[in-house]
Write a protein that binds this ligand. Sequence first.
Ligand SMILES: Nc1nc2c(ncn2[C@@H]2O[C@H](COP(=O)(O)OP(=O)(O)OP(=O)(O)O)[C@@H](O)[C@H]2O)c(=O)[nH]1
Ligand SMILES: [Mg+2]
Length: 458
Amino acid sequence: MYREDTIAAVATPPGEGGVAIVRLSGPDAERIAKEIFFRAGGKNGALRSHTLHRGSLKDPRNGARVDECLAVLMRRPKSYTGEDVIEFHCHGGQLVTRRVLELALARGARQAEPGEFTKRAFLNGRIDLAQAEAVLDLTQARTETGMRLALEQMHGGLSQWVATLREELLDILAEVEAAIDFSEEEIDHLPQQNLLAKVDALKNRIAGILASYEWGRLHREGARVCIAGRPNVGKSSLLNALLGAERVIVTPVPGTTRDVIEESVKLGGLPVALWDTAGIRDTDNPIERAGIDFTRRHLDAADAALVVLDASEPHAREDEALMRAVRGKKGLLVLNKNDLPERVDRSWLAEVAPDKAIVSISAKSGAGLDALKAALRDLLLAAPTEPQIILTNVRHKAALERSAEALTAAAAGIEQGISPELVGIELLHAKEGLEEIVGAVNNESILEHIFTKFCIGK
Ligand SMILES: Nc1nc2c(ncn2[C@@H]2O[C@H](COP(=O)(O)OP(=O)(O)OP(=O)(O)O)[C@@H](O)[C@H]2O)c(=O)[nH]1
Ligand SMILES: [Mg+2]
């Protein structure tokens, strides 16, 4: 699993740049540096750690100069990997860095695998697994929020939370184990109520963090919202009104929109992709029908639907099909055209879509739009304010879900008065779930899976 050799890689992206870094880590890093790096002014004592040294890189076989550079040695354990690390800050060119890397490889280093530096940092206990994964998230962050969340996780936000929870779980386990030890004597069952309350409290906290996953995902990737409804109800008008721009064609002719049109808006910091779609109705027109198929697929893929109805008309047959299509999906019923007398049957709406809130608006006058935006944001986020810890990684989510399930089983067991041994087993499962997040992963293939997603040199 852990090879005690010295690895080397170009740590900066390929191409031309001001500076490029070639990085070595392992027991021979300093020896190799001595053989290929010649300090300015002929100095040849040992390199001071954590200090920049100027000099040139030369091929010791023929003395040929490869580059002028700055070198920094970071002696273990105070380095990224926890091993001796040396970095050469060279002139940023692909050929230069390749030659420097070749020099290191010729002196006995091995080309690093993707993520191998970070993997060594993890295996040497410099960072835990959640922090290593945050390093990857940080390098791949595409939004400001994604970057901030990765930084928080890298600094141990999630790891600390997990550690606290694990401590509490250990306390509960100790109580259960005491009951096991004493089961022959006077205490023959668990102090039920007290224990149950503690397990439930722990379970609720895990549930809270699990809910934050959605919050994080939506902020990183943006939410997808599909505007759907019968032709002519004002879907395109609504998109234009939300954008504050005449982006899409609006006409009194039903069937105006044939394609899905995507535009981005921000709802109180939340990035949202809004999809305006073709109106849903029965039609023989093949172009329109293709458009409607497209609408349905987007409706399925969206995080939420804005179901638009024309409030100035009674509902039609197509509305019934639409209500079926959005059943079980997050959505709002948007009653448009409230500048006209209302004729839609609200009691019918409450009957066919009891889970969906109604928002009354006029895309024409702009009335009700702010309320609609607020309702949509609340619907998407479930929690209106940013949770303290945000889960961003599916692996962490799966591990926490296993923990929560085990706690549920433990709670049920306590209630039914099953033997403390069995309750203890469930609690141990819950503990393992927590430990997996920070790295008690003894499965090489899981580690492989995580670290090969990194680039070489990280
Ligand atoms: N009075 C009133 N008319 C509106 C309102 N919103 C839209 N309309 C009108 O309704 C008609 C249809 O609007 P669109 O936005 O094209 O409707 P759509 O749902 O996109 O229609 P399709 O693309 O055909 O499915 C246009 O004549 C709009 O001017 C509103 O709030 N009040
Ligand atoms: Mg339209």
